[in-house]
Ligand binder design. Structure first.
Ligand code: AMP
Ligand code: MG
Length: 714
């Protein structure tokens, strides 16, 4: 069996409670807190009124709300007792019960040193917080590449060992691992409660938070959404890096943004997100930019209620420089035309007033993106908000070009799922393309095919244009005034003036769209060129090679990735422009997966191969010289729907060896270009069991699973 990467290869040093924080001026937490509206009693202090953290709240303004993780069953189950008449009643009120759950007791093992002067992080817990957490998987690549300073103890080795029996705890405690699992499993909380008693000084403290955002879902404005089940724990600055990283856990219980839902995540959707993010990160040249996953924890005693009954709950910890979304801006200036009428409580349509735009909060958020996230200091600071929008556009254009080139389908490109950083986030009903079908819809709930494969660039652009719309007044101001909007830029300004600025800002739409589509096309050409082994792909390569190949895949119903891999393995002895007989093996191989194959198919594919061979032979060193590059750009292992369903079932059923299997799939996801299962060796004879398994995992799976649509419930 493949050996796990050893913990010692990672220069780990800090447990999670003493990770270095970014300088306070760079923290997202410095943004304004929301002002409560529906709940006048809401205070952002954790020691009072804890239920406000667990109740859905409409905020009138602001960016985030403090909120500690609390992954417990929902609806809440209060402890009960028998009263004098022998009737079972609640033993205490919800407020009292939630107060008991507040993590206010510092854990004894806490180390209290952080490198930041003004923050003193400790681990807090409470009596009620004793649910078991099992570490199912950890990504060594995420640790190495993103959080090399995090001490995870023996976690990297542990996940290759069998899971403890049901009802039992993990053996051999290791302090750093216990801390990691406790915190990333939502049981313990790293914070600074503020108020330094010793010095009598009032400090603001440092607490986990949930972000407020809105979004257009399937094209319609959905109002305020927000992190309904994700809680950001902290931002840390890896030593030697200028880019801070935000650690967030998903499935950690209700937040003020949970609306009607439980704030929890089921195991199956958590496995899907955990693996996909790490798989995307392994594609060359960051061509599938993505948030990262560090750990996947199972909460074996947490039932999560879904349509088909209770399912096991789980928590993914995910990392990104920021989880700000297009919707983070939109919520501050919701689209006006979406607020005309709504179905009211009186059973009819009633006019709805658009919430007041939060002009200052918009400006502040743009500053955070330009300064804190992208380091546009000095001269760069003069770059206005339209420059920021263009940059968000370019980053997302590159991202979606990656999706198209790698056959990745996101499934829910709502504007609250489109990252300001241009990272793939919120992996839900996604899929990697099996049989090539440009019209494929991977999300079972997407009835109209809004987010089908071929529509992805347009849909990501829709999010970018929504961003422009939400910032149009500010863009207009900056054009009209010829300077970057200062604090208070829209204070006391007339409706007329705002309208004028809005119109001026929206004039930029065409320019934005043109650039977005150009960047997408250039990046897509670059990536597809690489996949075919071409150094400087031209537009005629696109029209004469790439498009015809995709047409063939679609008409012959060929599998996208395995066809590309087969082509990638071609050498001058199997692919040649002069000897067409030598191409026949390659034709056989490619067409062996075609459901229907006629003489015409052979002729058509053979014709394409000849043109391809001619083109490759023009590359320096010819066909053979491009072999390694082609292999490095065409995955052998694809995280297909069947692979996901297979491992989900194993882990859900706690099948023997399921944890090792899961980490094996993670390992393959992190090195998808390797020749797993002794690729190229025809016979299975001589392969050991592990290699046979690798080969199985690299296969197409059962036919019924090809193009499998995932439903949204998560
Ligand atoms: P998604 O389409 O998964 O990105 O979710 C859309 C919105 O619903 C986001 O604001 C999520 O935080 C929220 N949401 C989704 N599932 C849940 C859940 N189980 N509990 C609370 N909020 C949720
Ligand atoms: Mg989302």
């Amino acid at each position: 069996m493949a050996t796990p990467s050893s913990a010692s290869s990672v220069s780990a040093s800090f447990p999670i409670s003493s990770l270095p924080l970014p300088p306070s001026s760079q923290r997202l937490q410095n943004l304004l807190s929301p002002v409560p509206s529906l709940q006048p009693s809401f205070t952002a202090t954790l020691t009072t009124n804890p239920s406000s953290q667990r109740r859905s709240t409409q905020f009138k303004s602001g960016h985030f709300s403090p909120c500690t993780p609390l992954p417990i069953p929902f609806p809440f189950r209060l402890p009960s007792k028998l009263n004098d008449e022998g009737v079972r009643v609640a033993a205490m009120g919800v407020e009292e019960w939630l107060t008991k759950m507040e993590p206010l007791t510092p854990s004894s093992s806490t180390s209290s040193s952080t490198s930041s002067k003004d923050v003193n992080l400790k681990i807090y817990s409470s009596q009620g917080r004793d649910w078991p957490v099992l570490l199912l998987a950890i990504s060594p690549a995420c640790l190495n590449e993103v959080l090399p300073h995090l001490n995870v103890g023996d976690a990297l080795d542990l996940v290759w060992k069998p899971l403890p029996e049901e009802g039992e705890d993990e053996a051999t405690a290791n302090a750093a691992r216990d801390e990691l699992v406790g915190v990333l499993g939502g049981r313990e909380v790293v914070m600074d409660l503020g108020g330094d008693e010793a010095e009598g000084a009032k400090k603001s403290g440092y607490k986990p938070w949930a972000l407020r955002y809105g979004g257009r879902q399937f094209g319609s404005w959905a109002g305020q959404l927000g992190d309904g089940r994700a809680v950001s724990l902290l931002e840390t600055l890896p030593p030697g890096s200028t880019q801070s990283q935000e650690i967030q856990i998903k499935g950690a219980g209700r937040t003020p943004f949970s609306r009607h839902a439980d704030g929890l995540a089921v195991l199956r959707s958590s496995i899907r997100e955990f693996l996909a993010a790490e798989n995307s990160s392994a594609f060359p040249s960051s061509s599938l930019p993505t948030s990262r996953s560090l750990t996947l924890c199972l909460l074996p005693s947490l039932p999560v209620l879904r349509e088909n009954g209770p399912e096991p709950g789980a928590i993914v910890s995910r990392i990104a420089p920021s989880f700000l979304r297009i919707g983070s801006f939109e919520v501050l200036n919701p689209p006006a035309n979406e607020y005309s009428f709504a179905f009211g409580l009186n059973g009819g349509y009633e006019p709805v007033k658009k919430p007041e735009p939060e002009w200052e909060a918009l400006r502040q958020l743009a500053e955070v993106v330009k300064g804190k996230l992208w380091g546009w200091e000095g001269e760069g600071k003069e770059r206005g908000v339209f420059e920021m929008i263009r940059e968000v556009g370019r980053r997302n254009a590159k991202m979606v070009a990656g999706w198209q080139a790698w056959g990745f389908m996101h499934g829910v490109i709502n504007t609250d799922n489109v990252s300001v950083e241009g990272l793939t986030i919120d992996y839900g009903p996604y899929a990697y393309m099996d049989v090539f079908d440009p019209l494929h819809i991977c999300n079972h709930s997407d009835d109209t095919g809004r987010y089908r494969y071929s529509a992805q660039p347009q849909m990501v652009y829709f999010a970018i244009s929504s961003l422009l719309e939400s910032l149009s007044e500010m863009v207009g101001y900056e054009i009209a005034e010829g300077k970057v909007a200062p604090a208070g830029w829209a204070e006391g300004v007339s409706e007329e003036k705002l309208k004028e600025w809005r119109a001026l800002g929206m004039e930029k739409e065409k320019e934005l769209e043109k650039e977005f589509m150009e960047v997408t096309a250039v990046q897509y050409r670059e990536l597809m060129g690489n996949r075919l082994g071409l150094t400087n792909p031209t537009s005629s390569d696109m029209s004469q090679l790439v498009s015809p190949l995709l047409n063939l895949l679609s008409t012959l119903e060929l599998d996208f990735h395995s066809t590309f891999r087969t082509l990638a393995l071609a050498t001058s002895s199997t692919l040649s422009s002069t000897s067409s007989s030598s191409n026949s093996d390659l034709i056989d191989k490619v067409l062996s997966n075609a459901p229907t194959c006629s003489l015409n198919s052979r002729t058509d594919f053979g014709g394409w191969l000849k043109i391809y061979a001619e083109r490759l032979e023009k590359e320096e060193g010819g066909v053979d010289a491009t072999l390694e590059k082609r292999k490095a750009w065409n995955p052998r292992f694809v995280l297909r729907q069947w692979v996901l369903e297979d491992i989900i079932k194993k882990v859900e059923e706690r099948e023997e060896g399921c944890r090792e299997r899961l980490n094996k799939i993670l390992k393959m996801s992190l090195s998808p270009f390797e020749s797993w299962g002794r690729e190229g060796v025809e016979s299975e004879e001589g392969l050991n069991e592990e290699e046979k398994e690798e080969r199985r995992l690299c296969g197409l799976g059962e036919e019924r699973m090809l193009g499998f649509q995932c439903s949204c419930s998560s």
